[in-house]
Design a protein around this ligand. Structure first.
Ligand code: NG1
Length: 739
């Protein structure tokens, strides 16, 4: 045994979450798979539990290619104040493996992932390591923080263990770290057991969730002390293919570890030896194996922390439903909120801004500029208000609100467009101006914030200008709502989490009388340069999807205003009511349930709908159901850069909006035809329709030709030149506010 006993260990531990595994499903990282009733992934439950157990910092180890997706999906954690940083796991590492072997693709394994996180760890203080796709339970983290604060002598590592029988899957054999225990309760050796299953299956009744969050019922994970006692043994094999038979109550390691920093040089030394041994293309450097070797070689001791907490994990597709059911139970029992990071009102979501982004204390601002982009929707039209995902992107054209902070709680804006200047108070009930008045969007923002519990003691005075064409289906209205809200928040030194702000502003914008969905506000707030946004609803989530190089979106106005504050309002609201009526008549709880069904179930629902619904409702139903499926297909096509497939989906979307949903116009249809004729890969109307704009997807080399064809065949005959001619849209960042 080496090294003196470490000095007092005051620091609270950091949790390293290993999320660089390669398994992906539905084209997304499995580690982000939503399983909680509010859509949270297991790694979010890990952060939630660990924070409550005293972990103040988290380092997420991800693959470089997935970092953007993780950052976007976990943005609500950062805005909720979670100290989250990222470490990228690459094959090359400056000190350890500067030149990885050329044929190697497989990551180096869990032991290396910890070394990849080392640079992001505080220099002093213990750290813990867990897998992103396991649920360990809150008590496991509590045991770990307690033990890390007062380790037994010479212990440099700890691992939380579970009764082996509680960690098996009803769907098939699993791999676990099987712990052999010394007389002092520390680890003697760990053996990787493969294909482990109960020798004799013992059915057990479902157990309820404990109020602490312990032991959720997991049907199929033949779990619980009762089954442990009853089952005689677990069988499987070792990595070398030898048969294994161990007691059902043996201690299993599931990858939740505690370490002191002294372990890092030992790990690095072992990793160098591993590399020197020429591991080929597939061999991995496992954390469990390395700890076991270090213990067997007498280089350190590893404490075991047996826990009765209910572990859950998703090894087989069949496990997912069981884990989801357990999380629902725990949520209903009040152990977890449905939405882990977003609350309706409260200190976590509405905060006083005390620091600038650079860490300096901010002074009360006296002026500022709030900028919010418009958007085009690439696909997924008239389905956001049905709770189905959509795929827009933020534009490089925005609404710009230049303001001075007023001591009075009032909003005073000078002239814009036909409606001239206006003013209203923030300390009196905010009434709408006459229908169609642009101030209603500013009023909507103020009222939304006040209704949400944000105190607006200071006001703003200024000017609104911008580059998003108005009433062209590019969401200038939501951009104005977002810019107004950011200006008011800034003036009052307040902040609201971006997703929560998007959700509250979507509700607030209904103040103008359109019962809109939540796409536009979220796109304007969460836009990401170079990316489209997959937006899911209930709860609101944004996932960024890279737009492949070499492709362009051409935006073309139909020259007819899509004035949703005016004539299009009733038509839009009617569509929404028809959708609600259609789904209710079919007795379905949600559109998601229809759209997510497998092929056979989907076909049978469609057939039932065709027979049960009157013709108009059937056509509305068919549009929404098919458009919902097109969004998922389009996202997958975008991710594999199959833009021909994306184009075909756009064409199908347009036909459906024209024939089934009845929101296209002759001008929009003509633009689509001309663009396709000139070589676009796909074209469709974007936004609500009833006028507004169409978009065409083209190879970069073709976009000038498409624009020229539109100019010659659509705009020139109508005498249109200049600003109203088509433009190329660039996927851009979301709204900002600066002093
Ligand atoms: P636009 O294009 O801004 O009128 C409207 C709704 C969206 C969505 C689309 C149709 C508002 C603010 N926006 O967009 O939520 O339903 O229509 O997909 O109501």
């Amino acid at each position: 045994m080496r090294g003196a006993e470490p000095a007092a260990r005051p620091e609270r531990p950091t949790l390293v979450i290993l999320a660089a595994g390669r398994s992906t499903r539905f084209g997304r990282a499995k580690q982000l798979e939503p399983v909680g009733p509010g859509g949270a992934s297991l790694l979010e439950y890990a952060v939630y539990d660990a924070m409550r157990a005293g972990f103040p910092r988290f380092v997420l180890v991800v693959r470089e290619s997935q970092r953007d997706e993780f950052e976007a999906r976990l943005a609500p954690l950062r805005t909720a104040g979670v100290g989250l940083s990222f470490a990228c796991q690459r094959l090359a590492h400056a000190d350890l493996v500067p030149l990885p072997p050329s044929g190697r693709v497989r990551p180096w394994g869990t032991g290396f992932a910890v070394l990849a996180a080392a640079a992001a760890l505080p220099r002093r203080g213990p750290f813990a390591v867990c897998n992103a796709d396991d649920f360990y339970g809150r008590a496991a983290y509590e045991n770990l923080t307690r033990a890390l604060a007062a380790p037994p002598p010479e212990v440099r590592a700890l691992t939380v263990t579970y009764p082996l029988a509680d960690t098996l899957s009803g769907s098939g054999g699993v791999s676990r770290g099987l712990c052999e225990v010394q007389s002092d309760g520390t680890l003697r050796r760990m053996t990787e057991g493969l294909d482990l299953h109960l020798e004799r299956h013992v059915p057990r009744p479902m157990s309820g969730a404990k109020s602490t969050g312990a032991r959720p019922a997991v049907a199929g994970h033949a779990a619980g002390p009762e089954s442990t006692a009853a089952a005689s043994a677990v069988v499987g094999r070792t990595a070398a293919g030898m048969p294994l038979r161990v007691g059902a109550d043996s201690q299993a390691c599931l990858g939740l570890w505690g370490f002191y920093p002294e372990v890092l040089p030992l790990l690095a030394e072992r990793f160098r030896a591993f590399i020197a041994g020429d591991p080929g293309d597939d061999e991995e450097f496992y954390l469990s194996e390395t700890v076991s070797d270090l213990v067997e070689d007498g280089r350190m001791r590893c404490g075991l922390l047996p826990t009765e907490e209910g572990w859950m994990g998703i090894t087989f597709p069949g496990d997912r439903a069981e884990v989801a059911a357990s999380l629902r139970e725990l949520t209903e029992a009040g152990v977890y909120p449905a939405d882990l990071w977003t609350r309706s009102v409260g200190p976590a979501s509405v905060r006083r801004r005390t620091e600038t982004p650079h860490g300096r204390r901010s002074r009360a601002p006296s002026r500022g500029v709030a900028t919010a982009p418009g958007r085009i929707n690439l696909i997924g039209e008239h389905i956001d208000y049905n709770g189905l995902p959509v795929l827009p992107m933020a534009l490089d054209r925005d609404v710009r609100f230049t303001f001075e902070v007023l001591r009075e709680p009032a909003v005073e804006l000078d002239g814009a467009a036909a409606h001239g200047p206006f003013a209203f108070r923030l300390d009196r009930p905010i009434e709408p101006a006459p229908q169609g008045h642009w101030s209603n969007y500013v009023r909507a923002a103020a009222r939304g914030l006040l209704d949400h519990g944000v105190e607006l003691k200071r006001g703003i005075g200024g000017t609104v200008a911008g580059t998003v064409p108005v009433a062209e289906g590019l969401s200038s209205s939501s951009a104005l709502v977002v810019a107004s809200a950011l200006a008011l928040l800034h003036a009052n030194e307040m902040e609201v989490d971006a997703l929560e702000l998007a959700a509250l502003l979507a509700r607030a914008e209904r103040f103008v009388g359109v019962r809109g969905g939540g796409m536009d506000q979220a796109a304007s707030l969460c836009g990401a340069k170079g990316h489209a946004l997959r937006i899911d609803f209930d709860p609101l989530r944004v996932t960024i999807v890279p737009v492949p190089e070499g492709w362009r979106w051409v935006v073309a106005s139909s020259l007819a205003r899509a004035e949703k504050a005016g004539a299009a309002r009733e038509a839009y609201n009617t569509r929404r009511s028809q959708c609600t009526e259609a789904i209710e008549r079919l007795g379905r709880a949600s559109w998601l349930e229809v759209v997510d069904a497998d092929e056979a179930e989907f076909a049978s629902v469609m057939e039932r709908a065709r027979r049960a619904l009157p013709p108009t409702l059937w056509r509305r139903f068919r549009h929404v159901a098919r458009e919902g499926r097109r969004v998922t297909e389009a996202e997958a096509a975008l991710r594999r850069a199959d833009m021909a497939a994306f184009g075909r989906l756009m064409n199908a979307s347009h036909a459906s909006l024209r024939d089934d949903f009845g929101v296209s116009t002759a001008a929009l249809d003509e633009i689509v035809d001309v663009a396709l004729d000139a070589g676009a890969a796909g074209a469709r109307l974007t936004g609500a329709g009833f006028g507004g704009s169409a978009i065409a997807l083209c190879r970069a080399s073709v976009s000038d030709g498409v624009i020229a064809a539109l100019r010659d065949r659509f705009y020139a005959p109508r005498g249109v030149v200049g600003d109203r001619l088509p433009f190329v849209a660039t996927p851009s960042n979301g709204a900002t506010v600066t002093s």
